[in-house]
Design a protein around this ligand. Sequence first.
Ligand SMILES: [Zn+2]
Length: 79
Amino acid sequence: MDLTLADFVLFVLVGTFALVPFLAVVSRTLHARAEKRSLANRVICRLCLHAFEQTSHAKTVDCPICGALNDRGRSCRLG
Ligand SMILES: [Zn+2]
């Protein structure tokens, strides 16, 4: 089959319109996954509300600012 310029342009346009939603979904999925992972490691101090990352598997962590002991499993959501 001979590909004319109009056909080529049409293919590129259709391919682009098909690719953009696909890339958007992939990007959103990767972003949500990274956010969830970083949120799982985030600890908010119950005393001074300082947020910090904790990658160890200990059940309790010490706040690097005030030294208060915080539970890891229960994320403090102001209540
Ligand atoms: Zn603290």
